[in-house]
Design a protein around this ligand. Structure first.
Ligand SMILES: Cc1cc2nc3c(=O)[nH]c(=O)nc-3n(C[C@H](O)[C@H](O)[C@H](O)COP(=O)(O)OP(=O)(O)OC[C@H]3O[C@@H](n4cnc5c(N)ncnc54)[C@H](O)[C@@H]3O)c2cc1C
Length: 438
């Protein structure tokens, strides 16, 4: 694979960087007549999925960014009806000043509502609130057979297939979502250190009683006695204060791709150590932060993916059952020994709240997301090794953050796959789907 191709497939596709394979840019359209013309099509949100579930090299992408109207906003009850191309960052600009917040949000606000539904995204509050799909009241879907209104009471199976359905059941053309009430745009944030994965497991559950959000950063370069150390960042929405939207624009910008030699075992280890000691200084303090800096730290750095250089990086996110903390330790040991540990390793405990989505990734367990700089075969072999350990432990990997999953793993990770397949529109496909569907 050429570096440019690898990068395009690996880094999240910043909208302007995306080329539309097999289609001239003028064929980007929200016009659904394409459904009868193209070989295969796939809806495209904002390209923030890592990997290839939002790419369609053998067909066309349907860019939904112009479907960005707010159709209705009930400010009293916090119910919102929108078109799918509305970005979370734009939604927040409208709902936060009115005292409402997204019930579930991932670690970036640069995603669309359509993308959030199609990957059934999760946030730092899964153990309490579940996934984004749990808050979708209904949606309208355009596919080869027409326009379908779907909810848990109408076309329920198509609804359940579309939530987490990876854009393969049709194009979501509108959705109604329940919002969450807030009284301030600030968060009360507390920091807690853990020195091993056992300690993480011990303190994680009680934290869920006191905080709506809990997320940990894991030092995946620390070995021996420090193996599995990290820092929890726990938060609740503040009870009162002003309701202010945060900045939409990044404060910093990475102007060019970093040379790959700047990112090596020593620089990553140094970064991890520094971060650990800096965060440790906040233990015992309650910090008041704007929601933007708590939920979306990476949005503050424009083009942050360039830190990984022109070859880009792989992201891999997996979950193992709560009984498998020993597997998590073994995986961490493999990563430390490989010397390929990442800057960003995010550890969370997911809860029991089940999602309506047939292919939803979140389930009860420990969930770790990792970035690995792209070192070609070496990185792919490392991820394959970790994936084998995840599969043996009865875990699963997240399609939104994958470009290596095999058909066998996919079938094992998603037990409702056969049911889901009955709702896949034959005109829709993605690079991911071609790989995992045999
Ligand atoms: C910094 C960062 C942090 C992240 N943190 C998290 C996290 O904490 N939790 C999490 O769950 N994810 C996380 N993600 C992943 C991201 O939230 C998801 O990949 C999300 O789905 C991307 O949305 P998008 O609008 O960019 O969609 P795209 O990436 O363009 O597409 C995603 C999928 O949605 C489908 N799709 C898009 N629009 C429609 C539509 N109108 N109808 C039907 N299907 C459609 C596409 O076909 C594709 O399958 C993170 C990503 C980044 C870059």
């Amino acid at each position: 694979m050429q570096p440019e191709q690898a990068q395009r497939a690996i880094v999240p596709g910043w909208r302007n960087d995306i080329q539309f394979p097999g289609a001239s840019p003028s064929s980007k359209s929200t016009d659904t007549t394409m459904l009868t013309e193209a070989t295969s099509v796939l809806p495209f949100g904002n390209g923030r999925s890592y990997g290839d579930s939002c790419l369609n090299s053998d067909g066309d992408l349907i860019d939904t960014c112009r479907l960005d109207n707010i159709i209705a906003f009930d400010r009293i009850n916090g119910v919102l009806t929108v078109e799918p191309g509305v970005a979370f960052s734009d939604l927040l600009q409208i709902i936060v000043p009115a005292g409402w917040f997204l019930p579930v949000t991932p670690g970036t606000s640069q995603i669309t509502v359509g993308g959030a539904i199609a990957n059934d995204v999760h946030g730092k509050n899964h153990y309490r609130d579940g996934t984004f799909g749990c808050f979708v009241v209904n949606l309208t879907l355009a596919n080869s057979t027409g326009l379908h209104v779907c909810s848990l009471s109408e076309n329920a199976e198509l609804f359940r297939a579309t939530i987490g359905g990876l854009g393969l059941t049709g194009i979501i053309t509108s959705a109604t979502i329940n919002l969450m009430r807030i009284h301030s745009s600030d968060m009360n944030v507390e920091t807690q250190v853990f020195n091993s994965l056992d300690e993480f497991a011990e303190i994680s559950r009680p934290l869920h009683e006191s905080y709506q959000y809990a997320v940990a950063w894991l030092d995946c370069t620390a070995n021996a006695k420090s193996l599995g150390r990290g820092v929890f960042l726990n938060a609740n929405h503040a009870d009162n204060g002003t309701l202010q939207y945060g900045s939409k624009h990044p404060g910093l910008n990475v102007p060019v791709n970093f040379p790959s030699r700047t990112l090596n075992h020593f620089s990553i280890k140094a970064f991890n150590q520094l971060y650990f000691y800096m965060q440790r200084r906040n233990v015992g303090k309650q910090l008041q932060k704007h929601y933007h800096s708590y939920f979306y730290p990476l949005d503050a750095i424009g083009q942050w993916h360039r830190i990984y250089g022109s070859k880009g990086f792989y992201q891999y996110q997996f979950i193992v059952p709560l009984t498998e903390i020993s597997t998590m330790k073994k995986i961490l040991t493999v990563i430390v020994e490989s010397g390929m540990g990442s800057f960003l390793a995010v550890l969370k405990e997911f809860g029991k709240v089940s999602s309506p989505g047939m292919l939803s990734f979140p389930r009860e367990g420990y969930c770790l997301a990792l970035d690995f700089a792209n070192r070609a075969e070496k990185t792919e072999q490392l991820i394959a090794r970790i994936d084998g350990m995840v599969a043996n432990a009865g875990g699963a990997a997240y399609p939104a953050k994958d470009r290596l999953m095999s058909a066998t793993s996919f079938e094992q990770y998603f037990p409702q796959l056969n049911e889901f397949k009955q709702h896949v529109d034959p005109r829709f496909a993605s690079d991911f789907w071609r790989r995992v569907n045999g």
